[in-house]
Design a protein around this ligand. Structure first.
Ligand code: NAD
Length: 258
């Protein structure tokens, strides 16, 4: 599948899943804007992906309206437009609800939900007039399932389904599609951080967290990979017609079958 010069803004693309999506998009002939809180890592990622012709970095806290608008404007000024949004930036915070700090709950919803809303609003400004665009939200198996200790994350990831389905309906007359990717566990810094945290909260070994908590419901005990998710993200971005919209696609080694 080819992107033929299409411009993608990928949030949280300095690391993990977003970084691999950006790489796959450049390989497919796209141009990418790596929008991340960590501007040093974003700049290094852009350089690695080929530099100014194909990839630029913009500093952006996705939960800050002014930063999102400035980053999207800079991206569009550099490459001419925005054709694809991958709203991917995210964090994880685990606590039982009775110990969940309210500030941490608000931070989670701010990054995942406010971030998706603000990036969508800023990007459709460029997509609607050109009558085409693809909105892709990074959900999770936790858009469909729940796990203990993850009240804020599960709430945020379920919420993205609502935003994406609404955008499928609002975007249709402007030629804009909207879909959610729902990965199972992928070994990125976000997951590596959770393993010792969950072991401590649950009082079990790190090995048991991996085998039982993370992969216990998969069909084969395997992690999903950044490549798996980048393939799905390319498929959604390059799809040629407006038939594919309002969907969530799960890649999780069968953890969630829906
Ligand atoms: P990661 O920690 O490797 O990368 C996340 C990136 O987001 C980092 O570069 C970080 O700097 C950036 N970021 C964090 N807060 C930001 C903010 N406010 N504004 C802009 N950028 C910000 O994590 P990952 O595992 O690649 O996760 C990417 C997305 O995939 C997240 O939305 C996550 O919830 C989702 N996801 C991950 C997994 C998994 O198992 N790793 C599974 C399902 C869904």
């Amino acid at each position: 599948m080819k992107l033929d010069g299409k411009v993608a803004l990928v949030t949280g693309a300095a690391s993990g899943i977003g970084h691999q999506i950006a790489r796959r998009y450049v390989e497919a002939g796209g141009r990418v804007v790596i929008a991340d809180l960590n501007i040093d890592a974003a700049t290094a990622a852009a350089k690695e992906l080929g530099g100014a012709k194909d990839a630029i970095a913009v500093a952006m806290d996705v939960s800050n309206e002014d930063q999102v608008n400035a980053g999207v404007e800079k991206a569009a000024a550099t490459f001419g437009t925005i054709d694809i949004l991958v709203s991917n930036a995210g964090i994880q915070i685990v606590h039982p609800i009775e110990e969940f700090p309210f500030a941490a709950w608000k931070k989670m919803l701010g990054i995942h939900l406010d971030g998706a809303f603000l990036c969508t609003k800023a990007c459709v400004k460029y997509m609607y007039p050109q009558k085409s665009g693809s909105l892709i939200y990074m959900g999770s198996v936790h858009s469909h399932e729940a796990s203990p200790l993850k009240s804020a994350y599960v709430t945020a990831k379920h919420g993205l389904l609502g935003l994406s389905r609404t955008m499928a309906k609002e975007g249709a007359k402007h030629g804009v599609r909207s879909n959610v990717i729902c990965p199972g566990f992928v070994r990125t810094p976000l997951v590596d951080k959770q393993i010792p945290e969950q072991a401590k909260e649950l009082g079990i070994s790190e090995d048991r967290v991996i085998k039982e908590v993370m992969l216990g419901d998969t069909v084969d005990g395997e992690f999903t990979t950044v490549d798996d998710i980048a393939d799905v993200a390319l498929f959604l971005a390059a799809f040629k017609t407006n038939a594919l919209t309002g969907q969530s696609i799960t890649a999780s080694h069968g953890w969630y079958m829906g």
